[in-house]
Design a protein around this ligand. Structure first.
Ligand code: SF4
Length: 89
């Protein structure tokens, strides 16, 4: 793993519609865990799976992989977006 700091990398969030840093994605899931879309959103920018595997507890990483593989229905996604907006207020 490289020493590069990924926390300041930015991209447009498909859920929030604004540009956000990677450090937000790391804590924006339930219970301050990474967002369930983190692998999907960042794989083109860097080896996000390798980074998370090295930096998260194994159980958290494995849970994230399981969650990321589950298809979400639209209602769940809308509820999550509404929760994120409320958190931001
Ligand atoms: S990982 Fe989640 S919070 Fe981060 S850009 Fe993707 S959808 Fe947005």
């Amino acid at each position: 793993m490289t020493d590069e700091n990924f926390n300041d990398k930015e991209r447009r969030c498909p859920r929030l519609g604004s540009v956000i840093p990677f450090r937000y994605c790391i804590i924006s899931g339930d219970n301050d865990l990474p967002c369930w879309k983190i692998l999907d959103c960042w794989w083109e920018m860097f080896d996000v799976e390798g980074y998370l595997k090295q930096n998260l507890p194994e159980t958290v990483f494995n849970e994230l992989i399981k969650i990321a593989e589950k298809p979400k229905n639209k209602v769940s996604s809308i509820i999550e977006i509404a929760q994120q907006v409320q958190k931001g207020k």
